[in-house]
Design a protein around this ligand. Structure first.
Ligand code: GLN
Length: 488
């Protein structure tokens, strides 16, 4: 018997639609029914767009019947609620944007819809993408489908939980310091963060503009390749978008691991890494080596500085980006203000949650006249050193592999009152953002019943090498096919 529709990957669903085994309307109805049944437990969605989804599915079926199905014709997806969607609520996980309906679509949303994708809804996230556990969302925490008392990671936690629980075959996400890769690792899904500038940021609500990048969470690297091919490419509406040719990412899937030089960073296997997680990652490296890859030791001497550097740069940029949410230009407006000052203070005081306020305050401090040189400028200098370390490493290797996250998923509530411990979740992922490099996380085992991820980082524009390596690994193992028992 063929697998039930919700168990199939995006590529499998594309083949089924093409063969006429089922229609997009049938598929969309089946998934919407799953969302209705399961999202009460997970809280992965902020908005479900059932009506629009069914209309898009009907249109996709008609287009297919007329012989012009797009690449994603009739395939359901969900969007992180950071992407602006015309006529649909876009909250960014914040009370500040509780009732914001965007008048336009993000480029990512337009491109995916233009290829025929059907949008089931908008997913829950840490407020303004600041967090690693999805607990800073104004809409409440998302629960991990592998254990409902545990966090799915963040900030794209709703996207990751929806894909892991088979409520949607794929989701968009954003990654400023690890927000695609870390939740992918913690939920047993694949998370791809492209090179900075690869995918347009237009219409993606800004957190830290020099670090933010859009990507995907899927159940296989083949699916990530399919979506990236549609999302990637120059956009004149984003001044940081880079005009670089978009290859056929799917072609990379057929290449073997032969001769691939994989860098192993000694700093990635230090005391901060949970022993069982480290063992799963080492086992994954052994599988790659046994199948044609060559492991090479590499050194990233400044990588230990990446978390402190990130936590100066990201808050500095967010303090500037979030100044627009003042109750006048954008966002929640306080009732009955006494004067303009009171309007600003109370609107921002009421609209933002504690973590966002913490970041705005640290960022404003780091940028203030007396401290700019000591903090912001220094952080930018260290950022260069980190980028240079990667550059030297990529003279010796084709990609770098290691753990995605230092531990498997943790209990909701365990780290939320301790920002420093929470920030250390990003220790293996932020380096790629500081250097603008692409990264992918693919499932590589379980620790106490919770998934862990193998993290691969490539040189600029190296998405193909990452996809090639992750896809080969997925063919050699079955971790990415594991499904949480209560959601099979
Ligand atoms: N967890 C990191 C932070 O809180 C990264 C978030 C992200 O990538 N959006 O800033």
């Amino acid at each position: 018997m063929a697998a039930e529709l919700h168990q199939r990957t995006l590529s499998e669903l594309a083949a089924g639609l093409e063969a006429g085994d089922f229609s997009s309307v049938e598929l969309t109805e089946a998934l919407l029914a799953r969302v209705a049944d399961h999202d009460g437990e997970l809280n992965a969605f902020i908005t479900v767009t059932a009506e629009q989804a069914l209309a898009a599915a009907r249109a996709a079926d008609e287009a297919r019947a007329a012989g012009n199905a797009g690449v994603l014709g009739g395939l359901p997806l969900v969007h992180k609620d950071i992407f602006c969607t015309r006529d649909v609520l876009t909250t960014c996980g914040s009370r500040m944007l509780e009732n914001f309906v965007s008048p336009y679509n993000a480029t990512v949303v337009d491109r995916l819809a233009g290829a025929g994708a059907v949008i089931l809804g908008k997913t829950n996230m840490d407020e303004f993408a600041m967090g690693s556990s999805n607990e800073t969302s104004y809409y409440g925490p998302v629960r991990n489908p592998w254990h409902l008392e545990y966090s799915p990671g963040g900030s794209s936690g709703g996207s990751a939980a929806a894909v892991a629980a088979r409520l949607a075959p794929a989701a968009t996400g954003t990654d400023t310091g690890g927000s695609i890769r870390q939740p992918a690792a913690l939920t047993g899904t694949v998370g791809l963060k492209p090179t900075y500038g690869r995918v347009s940021r237009y219409g993606m609500i800004a957190f830290a503009s020099s670090l933010d990048q859009a990507g995907v969470i899927t159940r296989s690297s083949a699916d990530a390749a399919l979506l990236l091919g549609v999302m990637a490419g120059f956009d004149e509406r984003d001044s940081t978008s880079i005009d670089h040719p978009v290859p056929d990412y799917t072609a990379a899937l057929s290449e073997s691991l032969d001769g691939l030089r994989i860098g192993v960073v000694k700093q990635h296997f230090d005391d901060g890494l949970d022993a069982a997680t480290g063992a799963a990652v080492r086992e994954a490296l052994a599988v790659l080596e046994a199948n044609g890859a060559k492991l090479v030791d590499v050194d990233l001497p400044n990588i230990d500085l990446s978390v402190p550097t990130y936590y100066v740069v990201a808050p500095a940029e967010c303090s500037s980006n979030l100044s627009r949410f003042d109750g006048v230009r954008f966002g929640h407006r306080a009732d009955n203000p006494e004067d303009l000052f009171d309007l600003y203070c109370r609107s921002r005081g009421e609209g933002f949650g504690a973590e966002v306020k913490r970041r705005i305050m640290t960022g404003t401090y780091a940028l203030s006249a007396g401290y700019y040189d000591a903090y912001y400028l220094k952080a930018q200098q260290v950022r260069h050193l980190i980028a240079d370390d990667f550059k030297s490493a990529f003279e010796k290797v084709d990609l770098i592999a290691g753990p995605t996250s230092p531990t498997p998923a943790f209990r909701l509530g365990d780290k939320v009152d301790d920002p420093i411990t929470m920030y250390l979740n990003d220790i293996y992922t932020v380096g790629a953002n500081l250097a603008g490099l692409p990264g992918v996380s693919t499932p590589c085992g379980f620790v106490d019943g919770l998934p862990v991820g193998l993290h691969l980082v490539g040189p600029h524009w190296g998405e193909e090498v990452l996809i090639r390596c992750a896809h080969n690994y997925e063919q050699l193992t079955d971790w990415h096919r594991a499904c949480p028992e209560d959601f099979s």
